[in-house]
Ligand binder design. Structure first.
Ligand code: ADP
Ligand code: ASP
Ligand code: MG
Length: 403
C-alpha cells in the first residue's frame, strides 16, 4: 500500500483560489495513493501578521502565548483545505498538532519533536480519508501548544513521513525544486536534480530556506526520501534528496546566503582563561544559536569578540550577555543588524583547492569587505554588509556555477 506525505507551503495555500487548486491536485493524486497525509503551512504572511500583533504590546512577547497564537495560522489553512477537499468529493479530515499526536519538548517557539502517536491519523487513513495536518505545531508534556521554529511545517511533514514509514515526502512549494542559488535573486540559477542530505543540510543551514534544516536532519536520520516540487507546475520532476545524492564533479554545488543575521561585538574583553566560555554559556542557556565567531587578540591583554546570532534574537542576546559583560568591565557591546552571510557549499570542496581564495577574490573585485569568515569541510561563509547581499550572490554564482 502506497503511503505518501505532501506538504504545501504558505504561498501554495496563500489564497482561497490557491487552496482550491491544491485541493484539486490532491484529489487527482489520491487516486494512486492509498494513504495520503497532507501537511499545510499557514497562508502566506499569516504567521508574520500574528507575530506583529503580539509585538504591538511588547518587543519580546511571552513564548508560551506566542505559540498558541501562531499555531492558529495553520489551523485556518488546514481546516479550509479539508473543507475545499470535501466540497469536491474527496473525503478529508483536518487535524491539529494535538490531534495528530505530535509530542514535543517544552522549548516554546523552537520545540523539538519527541514522538508521534499515530493511532488517530492511521484510523482516518484506514477510513480512506485524506488527513490534512496543521504543520509547525505540537504539544508538550503539560499539554501546552508548541511551535517548531520558522519554516517548521517541513519538519512536521518529514516527521510524519518517518512515523508512518511513508514511501516519500513531497514538499510542494513556489519554486520548481532546489536550485544552485535562490532563483529569485540569481536568475541564472539552475535546478539541482539530486542532492545528498549532507549538502542540503549545509544549504538549508546557510540560508536556503526552501527547507527547514531540521527537516533534512530528520530525513537523514530516518531515511525519508524528500522530493521538492512546484505546486504550480507539479508535472516537473523537481529535486530528489537522498543519502547519496548524485554529485557532479565540481567543487561547489550551490551558493546561498542569509540576511537574517546580526553581529554583536564586545569590545575590550580581558584576555583571560574562561571568559569566552562564560559569555557563550549564557547564550546557550537561553537556547540562542550563535553562528560565526571571531576573536581579535590585542597586545594590551584585551580582546574583541564578534559573533552572529539570528537577527530577531539580537535584543534577547544582548540582554543575556550584559550582566557578565558588566562584571568583566568590557568597554562596550556593539550590535549591527545590517549584515548578511554569503556561503558556497559543495562536497566537492574536499577534493578541490583554491575555493576560499577564489571566493575572497570575487568579493574583493566587487568592492565587498569581509567582516568574518568561517569554514567547514564542505562550505565557506563570509559575513558582509547587507547592502551587497544580492550582488555578492550573483558574482559568486557566476564564478562557481558559471552563470
Ligand atoms: P514555502 O512557503 O513553500 O515553505 P519558502 O518560502 O519557505 O516556501 O521556501 C521557498 C523559497 O525558498 C523560494 O521561493 C526561494 O525564493 C527560496 N530559496 C532560497 N534558496 C533557494 C534554493 N537554493 N533553491 C530553491 N529555493 C530557494
Ligand atoms: N507558518 C510557519 C512560518 O511561517 C511555518 C511554516 O510555514 O512552515 O514559519
Ligand atoms: Mg518554508
Amino acid at each position: 500500500m502506497a503511503t505518501e506525505v505532501f506538504k504545501f507551503g504558505g504561498s501554495s495555500v496563500g489564497s482561497l483560489e490557491r487552496i482550491q487548486h491544491v485541493a484539486e491536485l490532491i484529489k487527482e493524486k489520491k487516486r494512486e495513493i492509498d494513504n495520503l497525509v497532507v501537511v499545510v503551512s499557514a497562508m502566506q504572511g499569516k504567521t508574520d501578521e500574528l507575530l506583529n500583533m503580539a509585538k504591538f504590546f511588547t518587543e519580546i512577547p511571552d513564548e508560551r502565548e506566542t505559540d498558541l497564537l501562531l499555531s492558529s495560522g495553520e489551523r485556518i489553512s488546514s481546516s479550509l483545505l479539508a473543507i475545499a477537499l470535501d466540497s469536491i468529493g474527496c473525503r478529508a479530515v483536518s487535524m491539529t498538532g494535538r490531534q495528530v499526536g505530535m509530542q514535543t519538548d517544552d522549548a516554546h517557539t523552537r520545540a523539538r519533536i519527541r514522538s508521534i502517536k499515530t493511532d488517530k491519523i492511521r484510523k482516518n487513513l484506514q477510513e480512506g480519508k485524506v488527513a490534512v495536518v496543521a504543520g509547525f505545531q505540537g504539544i508538550d508534556e503539560n499539554g501546552d501548544v508548541t511551535t517548531l521554529g520558522r519554516g517548521g511545517s517541513d519538519t512536521s511533514a518529514v516527521a510524519l513521513a518517518a512515523a508512518l514509514r511513508a514511501d516519500r515526502c513531497i514538499i510542494y512549494t513556489d519554486v520548481a525544486g532546489v536550485y544552485t542559488a535562490d532563483p529569485r535573486i540569481v536568475k541564472k540559477a539552475s535546478i539541482i536534480k539530486n542532492i545528498s542530505y549532507d549538502e542540503m543540510m549545509e544549504l538549508a543551514s546557510l540560508g536556503a530556506k526552501v527547507l527547514q534544516i531540521r527537516s533534512v536532519e530528520m530525513a537523514e536520520r530516518y531515511n525519508v526520501i524528500i522530493v521538492v516540487k512546484s505546486t504550480f507546475e507539479p508535472t516537473l520532476p523537481g529535486t530528489i534528496i537522498t543519502k547519496e545524492g548524485k554529485m557532479e564533479n565540481r567543487a561547489v554545488s550551490g551558493v546561498t546566503g542569509d540576511k537574517n543575521q546580526a553581529k554583536i561585538t564586545i569590545l575590550e574583553v580581558p584576555d583571560k582563561l574562561g571568559i569566552a566560555a562564560a559569555i557563550f554559556k549564557r547564550l546557550s542557556e537561553k537556547k540562542i544559536i550563535v553562528d560565526m565567531i571571531v576573536q581579535n587578540v590585542s597586545d594590551k591583554g584585551m580582546t574583541d569578540i564578534s559573533f552572529t546570532v539570528p537577527a530577531d534574537e539580537i535584543i534577547a542576546a544582548k540582554q543575556v550577555i550584559e550582566p557578565v559583560c558588566n562584571e568583566l568591565n568590557v568597554k562596550a557591546i556593539k550590535t549591527d543588524k545590517d549584515v548578511a552571510k554569503v556561503s558556497v557549499v559543495g562536497v566537492g570542496m574536499r577534493n578541490h583547492y583554491g575555493v576560499a581564495s577564489d571566493m575572497f577574490e570575487v568579493l574583493s573585485q566587487e568592492g565587498i569587505n569581509i567582516a568574518v569568515i568561517t569554514t567547514s569541510e564542505i562550505k565557506i561563509s563570509c559575513l558582509i554588509e547587507e547592502r551587497y547581499f544580492e550582488l555578492a550572490l550573483r558574482a559568486l554564482h557566476n564564478k562557481f556555477m558559471g552563470g
